[in-house]
Design a protein around this ligand. Structure first.
Ligand code: AMP
Length: 283
């Protein structure tokens, strides 16, 4: 496995690749969620490229850029074991040299949910993913349903900017108690970690209500809120029942819906979601 640090070296490595190239962008501190994307990319392509880059432009000024967990040697060992050909690990200076001033903004889809509480976040995400796509030039790129809004933003960017890349969405990988795997789970102490499973239980409460025939979105939001309220260590930020394509809030769930939420537990800000009707990997 080759670990490359510069854009020039990544382009050279890309020129030597033949057949289908699958790409998995990450911020590192890898867990089974990331590995599931790598395995799917491995199964569907001739060559797999993974990037590890903690992208500064997607963090707000009061967010966790400086404390975001990092363990490059563990990550590269894990990826070597998965048979990855190339790992791209650029520095911030490599990706954003002095004078950088071009941004990709997916306007409507970036506004609600995560975008409301994290202004500029999806501008940073779309910009770095566009750059990574230009550098790696994959045929397919793999993203987790865990970050449902990110998936929609990337799909829209690829469509709007005519990028010839297939976006593959992979199911959310969860811990035994249902907590969605996340690098940020490492911020949780033992008590908070136990409490954090309430996010999954809250989505489950809305799913049960939906299965009983509840279609009023406000009642489904209440089912989530009431479950979250039972856990004082977890403070909800938003609870949403939206159209999975537009991310606009729904009054009534007629066919499909995206249930999503963000909550704080200690130092961690956690997000999770579930699609209705349920699909593989979602509850
Ligand atoms: P990150 O390193 O957090 O930026 O995540 C890199 C990719 O892994 C993104 O496409 C995420 O959606 C995906 N991912 C993160 N956590 C999970 C999970 N628990 N299950 C599936 N995919 C995930």
């Amino acid at each position: 496995m080759e670990v490359v640090k510069t854009i020039a070296a990544m382009r050279q490595a890309r020129q030597r690749m033949s057949g289908r190239v699958g790409f998995v962008p990450t911020m590192g501190y890898l867990h089974e969620g990331h590995i599931s994307l790598v395995r799917q990319a491995r199964a569907e392509n001739d060559t797999v490229v993974v990037s590890i880059f903690v992208n500064p432009t997607q963090f707000g000024p009061s967010e966790d850029l400086s404390t975001y967990p990092r363990d490059m040697s563990r990550d590269t060992n894990l990826l070597a074991r998965e048979g990855v050909e190339t790992v791209f690990v650029p520095s911030a200076e490599e990706m954003y040299p002095f004078g950088f001033q071009t941004w990709v903004e997916v306007s409507e889809l970036s506004r609600p949910l995560e975008g409301a509480g994290r202004p500029g976040h999806f501008r940073g995400v779309a910009t770095v993913v566009a750059k990574l796509f230009n550098i790696v030039q994959p045929h397919r790129a793999y993203f987790g349903q865990k970050d449902a809004q990110q998936v929609r933003v990337i799909q829209q960017m690829v469509s709007d900017l005519d990028m010839d890349i297939q976006i593959v969405v992979c199911a959310t990988v969860r811990e035994r108690d249902g907590l969605a795997m996340s690098s940020r789970n490492s911020y949780l102490n033992e008590q908070e970690r136990k409490a954090a499973a309430v996010l999954y239980r809250a989505l489950g409460a809305a799913l049960s209500a939906w299965e009983r025939g509840e279609r009023n979105a406000q009642h489904l939001r209440s089912a989530i809120a009431e479950t979250l309220a039972k856990e004082p260590l977890v403070q909800p930020e938003y609870i949403s029942i939206s159209n999975p394509a537009t991310l606009q809030e729904l009054e009534q769930v007629s066919d499909c819906a995206l249930l999503s939420l963000a909550a704080r537990a200690g130092k961690a800000r956690l997000i999770d979601n579930l699609l209705l009707p349920p699909r593989d990997g979602n509850l």
